[in-house]
Design a protein around this ligand. Structure first.
Ligand code: CO
Length: 140
C-alpha cells in the first residue's frame, strides 16, 4: 500500500544555503544540517504542514549524487519519497510486478532513522523513488 508523501528531495551543491530561503522567505521550519556519511550526503529538511523538502548535498568523493549535482549545478529535484507500511512486503511486491530495486535490495537506515530503499527511475516515469518504512512493523 502506498502511504503518505514523506518528502521531495532537491540535490544541490550547498544544502544549508538552498534551505535558507525556505526559512526566510516562506517562514518554513528548517532542520539542523546533518551529514550522513553512509549515504554520501549532507541533509537539511524544510518542514511543511503535510510533507518535507529534503535538501541533499554531496558528501565525499564517491557520493551517489555527485554526478547529478555536476550535471545540475543550480540544483534539481532528485527523488520523491513515499511511506509504505511494510518495506519488505512493499519491496517483494514491487519486484513481483517487475520494478527494479536499486543496490543490494536490502533496506538501509535513512535520514529519519527508518529503513529505506530506492527504485529504478525507468520503472517510475523517470523519477527516482525512495520508499520509507512508515513505522515499526507490527508482528502478527
Ligand atoms: Co530522501
Amino acid at each position: 500500500m502506498l502511504g503518505r508523501l514523506n518528502h521531495v528531495a532537491i540535490a544541490v551543491a550547498d544544502a544549508e544555503k538552498a534551505a535558507k530561503i525556505y526559512g526566510t522567505a516562506f517562514g518554513a521550519e528548517i532542520s539542523a544540517t546533518v551529514p550522513l556519511p553512509e549515504h554520501g550526503v549532507i541533509t537539511v529538511f524544510a518542514t511543511l504542514p503535510n510533507t518535507k523538502i529534503e535538501f541533499i548535498q554531496p558528501l565525499g568523493a564517491d557520493s551517489p549524487i555527485a554526478k547529478f549535482v555536476e550535471r545540475n549545478p543550480d540544483g534539481g529535484i532528485h527523488h520523491i519519497c513515499y511511506e509504505v507500511p511494510d518495506i519488505i512486503a512493499a519491496r517483494d511486491n514491487l519486484i513481483k510486478e517487475g520494478a527494479r530495486v536499486l543496490g543490494d535490495g536490502q533496506p538501509k537506515i535513512g535520514a529519519h532513522g527508518k529503513p529505506v530503499l530506492f527504485l529504478h527511475p525507468k520503472d517510475f516515469s523517470g523519477a527516482l523513488v525512495e520508499i520509507e518504512q512508515a513505522s515499526e512493523i507490527e508482528q502478527s
